[in-house]
Design a protein around this ligand. Structure first.
Ligand code: 5GP
Length: 111
């Protein structure tokens, strides 16, 4: 099922895109939790990390490489959090796999 992120990828909804290639897109979070809050995701519609299939694993490699690049570009490479929520109880609200890159200030404890 197409989500908000699917529509952003298809340019049916606007977003502040900070990175894009054939497989990956990264956008600024609309409600940032810290000075840097970027969402990095595959263009392929994958529900969440638990739905990743072996053939999708190269996408995760690409996402981690994009996270490193964006962390450097945003001057947070020394300290940032990279996380994904899997399922409603874990806080997932949009069911298109995405990783939050959060930084730019001292981060509070998880959960
Ligand atoms: P989740 O809760 O699924 O882990 O993360 C969803 C994230 O998407 C939230 O941090 C939320 O602020 C962000 N978000 C929700 N709707 C939009 C939108 O339309 N555009 C952007 N850029 N981010 C969104």
């Amino acid at each position: 099922m197409t989500t908000i992120f699917g529509k952003i990828i298809k340019r049916e909804l606007p977003a502040d895109i900070v990175y894009e290639d054939d497989h990956i897109i990264a956008i600024k979070d609309i409600a940032p939790l810290a000075p840097v809050h970027i969402l990095i995701m595959p263009k392929k519609e994958i529900k969440n990390i638990q739905s990743v299939k072996p053939e999708d694993l190269p996408l995760l490699q690409e996402i981690f490489a994009v996270a490193q690049k964006l962390a450097e570009e945003h001057d947070v490479e020394e300290s940032y959090r990279l996380l994904t929520n899997n399922g409603t109880e874990a806080g997932q609200t949009i069911f298109h796999l995405h990783f939050h890159l959060i930084g730019g200030e001292r981060l509070g404890p998880m959960a």
